[in-house]
Structure formats: structure tokens, C-alpha cells
Design a protein around this ligand. Structure first.
Ligand SMILES: C[S@@+](CC[C@H](N)C(=O)[O-])C[C@H]1O[C@@H](n2cnc3c(N)ncnc32)[C@H](O)[C@@H]1O
Length: 287
């Protein structure tokens, strides 16, 4: 069967399975197998200059069947693209999301505005290391430390840190609450994308509900259990005037603002994402 027909068949199967971007997923899977970009795949199809051999056809059909069962595309390919970096991901680690790329941009702006020529940044709840490693690679003079509690996730955190930030990044396996205190009062920016889904709100997408680890998703009854700990730990890490940025769910903007104001944070501001939804908060450690 031609590659074009295989793609059409996968697209139809993905559509039936309720996948929202069936053509994109089929093309990304085929492009990954061929070691080319999606754009290169599309032009190769137009010029009829690419094809699968028999083994590749079988492999594509096997992987497409798994995707139709709603296994995340990134688990099949083992990689996730995030801003300018490519991370290793798979079972046991949270797949980084596009909205977090945008929240990371807020942290990057804050780090670039630091007076410290070698700004110190903590990424609490690091997962694959996506946020901290984007910062470490986009701002090479920053020192970035990622903290992750899950031993399964930490395998990815530490491998990604070793590969992408071997000189200016460090990954620590710890509960946020036990973040080492050697840099207390010296940190310029703390960013976190913690688990924030309320315990009773199971996500509708099977990719999330069945394949993202529960520890990465759920944050207690109101979703804010880990946010509270992050706020307390950030207050001890940051120097006065240092910046905290936290991603949260769209309905949590007001609750998170109040939580931070009650804890004495200043300049507490909610930021909306590209869909005009409350998505993150920034705050400054008081003097
Ligand atoms: C929503 S995921 C975010 C991962 C990554 N920062 C990203 O944006 O892709 C939350 C992460 O926090 C970790 N985590 C949950 N509770 C934690 C805690 N108490 N201390 C440290 N990490 C925690 C989870 O294992 C998971 O990797």
C-alpha cells in the first residue's frame, strides 16, 4: 500500500477513535518513523519521493493501532517538542503541553529582566524538565535547578537535564516541600507547573486520564494542595523582589490570587493564555 493510502487509513481510524487532530497525528507518526519533519513528509508525498518498505509499513500500522487506542503520540515516538528543545518522554512522566510553553515565556521574560548576571532559577515539579530546560537553553547564563518527586518521572528529568543542560542545570529527586535550603534567599525566579486538577475532576481525554501519571495531575480536593506548598517553598528560596510564576487551571485564577495574597506575596497578577483564559499567576516576594 502507498504511504498516502496508509496515511488516509490511519487518519480515518484516528477520526473514528475521537482524536481531534487525526491527519496531523498520522503525518507526525510517519514523519518520525522516516526521521524527517512533517513539512518534508508533505512535500515528499506531493513529489512522490518517499515510501515505506514492508517492515516500516508493518511498524506504522502497529503504532497507528496503538494511537487509535488513544495512547499519546509522544509515548509512541518517545519524544516531545517544547519551545526550542526536544525532550525524552514516555510512561511515567507527564507530557509537556503547549500552554506551558507560553507560561515558560513569562518566566523567561522575568529571568532576562534580572539584575543578577547569572540568575538562579528553580523549576518546582519538573516532570520531563521541560520548563527548566527551555530556560537553561534559551538563557545559557542562568543556573537552573529542577525538583521532581516521582522516581519514575525523575528518570526522564535527570536524562533530559544531562543531555540539554549539562553545565548550567541540575535535577533533584525530592518532594517540593523538601527542596534543599542551601540557596534560600538567593534565587531570582521560581516557576512551577504543579498538579492542579481537583481530585474529583477526572480529565475527559483518555491520553491524559489513562497515560499521564496521577501524581502529575491531581492536587487534592480543590486542586491547590501542591500550589500552597510551592508558594511557601518559593517564599523561602527567593530573595526579596524575586519572582514566582505558577501555572494553574482556567477556573483557579481568583483562588490562586487570594492564596498568594493571604501568604503575603505582592504584585500578584493573573495572566491569560492565547484563549483568553486565566492560566498562570505571577507574584513578587515582598521586601
Ligand atoms: C503537571 S506535571 C508538570 C511537569 C512539567 N513541569 C511540565 O510542565 O511538563 C506536575 C509534576 O509535578 C510532580 N509532582 C507532584 N507532586 C509533587 C511534589 N509534592 N513534589 C515534587 N514534584 C511533584 C509530578 O510528578 C509531575 O511530574
Amino acid at each position: 500500500m502507498s504511504l498516502a493510502s496508509l496515511l488516509d487509513r490511519a487518519e480515518a481510524a484516528f477520526t473514528n477513535a475521537g482524536i481531534e487532530t487525526p491527519r496531523v497525528d498520522a503525518e507526525l507518526l510517519a514523519a518520525w518513523m522516516l526521521g524527517i519533519s512533517r513539512g518534508e513528509l508533505q512535500s515528499g508525498l506531493i513529489t512522490d519521493s518517499i515510501a515505506f518498505d514492508e517492515a516500516q509499513t508493518l511498524q506504522f500500522e502497529t503504532l497507528a493501532a496503538r494511537r487509535a487506542e488513544r495512547e499519546p503520540l509522544q509515548h509512541l515516538t518517545g519524544v516531545a517538542h517544547f519551545r526550542n528543545i526536544t525532550l525524552q518522554v514516555g510512561k511515567g512522566v507527564f507530557v509537556p503541553r503547549p500552554e506551558t510553553e507560553w507560561v515558560t515565556g513569562l518566566a523567561i521574560d522575568a529571568v532576562k529582566a534580572c539584575a543578577n548576571p547569572e540568575p538562579i532559577v528553580f523549576d518546582l515539579c519538573a516532570g520531563s524538565g521541560a520548563i527548566g530546560l527551555a530556560i537553561a537553553t534559551e538563557i545559557p547564563n542562568a543556573q537552573v535547578i529542577g525538583v521532581e518527586k516521582s522516581a519514575d518521572a525523575f528518570g526522564y528529568t535527570s536524562r533530559n537535564y544531562a543531555k540539554l543542560a549539562p553545565t548550567n542545570g541540575r535535577a533533584i529527586l525530592a518532594d517540593v516541600a523538601d527542596t534543599p535550603n542551601d540557596l534560600d534567599g538567593k534565587v531570582d525566579v521560581v516557576i512551577s507547573n504543579p498538579p492542579y486538577i481537583p481530585a474529583q475532576m477526572v480529565p475527559i481525554y483518555p491520553e491524559v486520564a489513562l497515560h499521564d501519571p496521577g501524581l502529575a495531575l491531581y492536587g487534592g480536593e480543590d486542586g491547590l494542595d501542591v500550589v500552597r506548598v510551592v508558594a511557601d517553598v518559593a517564599a523561602r528560596l527567593l530573595h526579596p523582589g524575586g519572582t514566582l510564576i505558577i501555572e494553574h487551571a482556567d477556573m483557579q485564577g481568583e483562588a490562586v490570587r487570594h492564596l498568594l495574597l493571604d501568604k503575603g506575596w505582592t504584585q500578584v497578577r493573573t495572566h491569560q493564555d492565547f484563549n483568553s483564559r486565566d492560566r498562570s499567576v505571577s507574584a513578587v516576594r515582598s521586601h
